[in-house]
Design a protein around this ligand. Structure first.
Ligand code: PMP
Length: 301
């Protein structure tokens, strides 16, 4: 396996030496924020938007990122270059840093800034061709006035519980409802449904992450002439939808063909989700920041 270099507070360390303190409040309390970003053919997809979301998350939890957004953008691009990857997954983590064995973040002087660049662990192609069978789970989405789901914090226990419930049921993803019973999102992706040619996705106030892929799909729908309504819907609306699909940096655009044992539409990936997936795959190689000059790209291809 090729050597990986991890960016840690301005320097690069080998994977084996890229370690954080057990006193880091990211480790002790999930106190920090993060981003997951993809590189497609040397293009860091919507890097600026990811960074803006990171800064917004950090601001919300009063965590000071000790770099300007331009510096961080440069650091991410440099970290990809250093690892020489053409297609990659980037994990950007900012933790509150080392502190004491008490909650108080005031005792943490140095936020830790980490950029990991690694190979993408793609879902098997089979899942994209056949679509996902998923369930809804009893665990509800965090309520926005406790820990707002728009904050991409290191506290992912809510999502992990959903993943455990999905695993126990033998499915690869599951949907959370919010505390009012409206569909919020998956453990790591946003949801769209289609009914009568119109698309629906939960609005921000239902309580879900403001996904960058979701935004890209909204832009594509606008360009391709699909009508989308951002409005709350229930589990029943999902059951009777013609189509359903999930969006996320890892999942990209993936059709859902069964929810809680009910086939969605005819039980096959629908034409709208297939169309949007195709267009999305084109967009990801051009919309963002290019890491390599054209000459180098040829070499890496
Ligand atoms: N919701 C949750 C809870 C997530 O973790 C993710 C993945 N970041 C998403 C939605 C999708 O967001 P994005 O398209 O920005 O990856």
């Amino acid at each position: 396996m090729e050597e990986r270099w991890v960016y840690m507070n301005g320097e690069y360390r080998r994977k084996a030496e890229a370690t954080v303190s057990v006193f880091d409040h990211g480790f002790l309390y999930g106190d920090g924020v993060f981003e997951g970003i993809r590189v497609y053919e040397g293009n860091v997809f919507r890097l600026r938007e990811h960074l803006e979301r990171l800064y917004d998350s950090a601001k919300s939890i009063l965590l000071n990122i000790p770099h300007s957004i331009d510096e961080l953008e440069e650091a991410v691009v440099e970290a990809v270059r250093k690892n020489g990857l053409y297609n990659a997954y980037i994990r950007l983590v900012v933790s509150r840093g080392k502190g004491e064995l008490c909650l108080d973040p005031a005792k943490c002087a140095d936020p830790q800034m980490i950029i990991i660049v690694d190979q993408v662990k793609m879902f098997p192609q089979k899942l994209y061709d056949q679509g996902l069978k998923i369930i809804t789970v009893p665990t509800r989405r965090n309520i926005p006035d406790a820990l707002n789901p728009k904050i991409k914090s290191l506290n992912y226990l809510n999502n992990i519980l959903v993943k455990i419930e999905a695993n126990q049921a033998g499915v690869s993803e599951a949907l959370m409802l919010n505390s009012d019973g409206y569909v919020a999102e998956g453990s790591g992706d946003n949801i769209f449904i289609a009914k009568g040619g119109i698309l629906y996705t939960p609005p921000g106030y239902v309580g879900a992450l403001d996904g960058i892929t979701r935004r890209a799909i909204l832009d594509l729908c606008d360009r391709l002439g699909y009508e989308v309504k951002e409005q709350p819907f229930t589990r029943h609306d999902v059951y009777i939808a013609d189509e359903c699909f999930l969006t996320g940096t890892a999942a990209e655009v993936i059709a859902v063909v069964e929810v809680d044992g009910r086939p969605i539409g005819n039980g096959q990936p629908g034409s709208i989700s297939r169309h949007l997936r195709k267009e999305f795959r084109k967009l990801v190689t051009v919309d963002g920041v290019q890491v390599y000059p054209e000459s180098k790209k040829m070499e890496l291809e």
